[in-house]
Design a protein around this ligand. Structure first.
Ligand code: BTN
Length: 242
């Protein structure tokens, strides 16, 4: 598989999109030591102008329909959770759709973007940011209280190369399993790590703030919320707060 490495990029996500448009092969990985303008979900900044973290994007060309794409975010989240469990000996939790937390603080984020038609994805770019060897004071003040790193949580420094190798192996395995066994094993694993399951949360979707109880995920990757009216509603896009 092709792995391209840069010391500095504006964003691996932008680079991977560009390579995908130029026709790069399925599985191409773009890694940068530092990103000048890392991006997060909802047009947020992703602070990554340092080489303490792992910043990479993967180009995938799966034969799936666009509404299956969110499942890949969850699949990647599980691979990261399993990596953490094995390498840090800590149990992470997954905050739907794309946050990986340890002790309620975010240590990793996933950004899934895609290009395609109604019935067929042309390509997908899955961006992964892992806060690995950060000290607490390396995080910007806005995220000081919310962010953490592998090092802070596990109390030791990690080899980024080893983590990248292990992560890519896990992702390849998870990707193959998905096409053999479907989403059901992803769903079960996700619910094992799921954050705030059976707890009341506030969720903002289509500019409406609502309250409900997280029940798990549906077989297509949507979050299941029990509403005030005791109805189970699938949520495809929302911000969850508690
Ligand atoms: C989020 O939590 O909002 C998603 C964060 C995704 C960050 C990664 S770092 C590698 C890739 N390049 C980017 O610019 N963003 C993603």
């Amino acid at each position: 598989k092709d792995i391209v490495h840069y010391t500095t990029l504006p964003s691996t996500q932008t680079k991977a999109n560009q390579l995908a448009q130029e026709g790069c092969s399925h599985g191409t990985v773009v890694i940068a030591d530092k990103q000048e303008t890392g991006r997060g979900r909802m047009n947020r900044k992703w602070y990554s102008n340092n080489d303490a973290g792992i910043w990479l994007s993967i180009v995938l060309r799966p034969k799936v329909v666009p509404n299956q794409a969110p499942q890949f975010t969850l699949l990647v989240a599980i691979a990261i959770a399993e990596l953490i469990e094995e390498e840090l000996e800590l149990t992470p939790s997954l905050k739907w759709p794309n946050d990986v937390l340890i002790n309620h603080k975010k240590v990793a984020g996933i950004l899934t973007e895609m290009q395609g038609e109604q019935d067929q994805i042309n390509y997908m770019v899955v961006g992964i940011g892992l806060n690995v060897n950060h000290q607490q004071d390396m995080f910007e003040s806005e995220i000081q209280q919310l962010a953490s790193s592998f090092k802070i949580e596990a109390g030791k420094t990690f080899s980024k190369i080893e983590l990248i190798q292990s992560l890519l192996q896990r992702l390849e395995q998870a990707y193959q399993d998905y096409f053999i066994n479907g989403f059901s094993s992803v769903k079960n694993k996700w619910e094992r790590y799921g954050y705030l399951i059976n707890q009341e949360v506030t969720y903002t979707n289509a500019n409406q703030k609502k309250q409900g109880i997280i029940k798990g995920i549906q077989s297509d990757g949507a979050l299941l919320i029990e509403t005030k009216m005791k109805q189970i509603e699938p949520i495809y896009s929302a911000e969850i707060n508690w």
